[in-house]
Design a binder for this molecule. Structure first.
Ligand code: ADP
Length: 199
């Protein structure tokens, strides 16, 4: 059972690296941001209530996010493990995750924090294009004001989690600047160096 968690600010590459690392480990990547965006696009009740938060770069309330994640983790593809990208983002979410894992007799294997300098983050996010319905578009929350706000929210709500996971001896910090493949190799390397076999 591999329970991996990717921490890092917006623009650090959690989505890209989450997909690559999860595929290498044959576990599903679970992105709360992608899940919310899918609900918004499909116009589900969850999407309708989450939409305003996403557009403003604010966090969706913990109760909504935790319920969605908890349900996702009951799906059979998570039986051998999973990689979380974008969850937890608050202390309340981290505590909820500990509860969900404990209920199932699981523990976190490792928390990987992707580190990128502030200037590179803003540059990456401003330049980012995503493919939606076959079109290359800018995400509605990748505008300068919203990027600044998301980085502030990250500092305030999520940075304390890295200290907490560090104090539990679960945290590996990885330099996430530069080439995508090199960053993937650094993540897999730090993961296997900490006693969790990759193959
Ligand atoms: P980024 O890391 O670039 O901000 P994400 O795709 O992870 O992008 O998240 C986009 C948005 O989805 C967030 O700004 C927030 O509104 C919502 N979101 C994602 N994960 C969470 C979470 N764990 N708790 C609350 N809101 C979340």
């Amino acid at each position: 059972m591999v329970c991996l968690l990717l921490l890092g600010p917006p623009g650090a590459g959690k989505g890209t690296q989450g997909q690559l690392v999860a595929s290498r480990l044959s576990i599903p990547p679970i992105s709360t941001g992608d899940t919310f965006r899918a609900h918004v696009a499909a116009g589900t009740p969850l999407g309708l209530s989450a939409r305003g938060y996403l557009e403003a770069g604010d966090l969706v309330p913990d109760a909504v996010t935790c319920a969605m994640l908890s349900e996702r983790l009951t799906e059979p593809d998570t039986a051998a493990g999973f990689l979380l990208d974008g969850f937890p983002r608050t202390t309340a979410q981290a505590e909820a995750l500990q509860g969900i894992l404990a209920e199932r007799g699981h523990e976190l294997t490792r928390v990987i924090e992707l580190q990128v300098g502030a200037a590179e983050l803003v540059e990456r996010l401003s330049a980012r294009r995503v493919v939606i319905d076959g079109q290359s578009l800018q995400r509605s929350d990748d505008t300068p004001d919203t990027i600044r706000h998301r980085l502030e929210v990250y500092q305030r709500e999520t940075v304390p989690l890295s200290d907490w996971y560090g104090s539990l001896g679960l945290l590996s910090r990885v330099d996430a600047s530069g080439d995508v493949d090199e960053v993937t190799a650094r993540i897999l390397d730090s993961f296997s160096r900490n006693g969790a076999g990759v193959d």
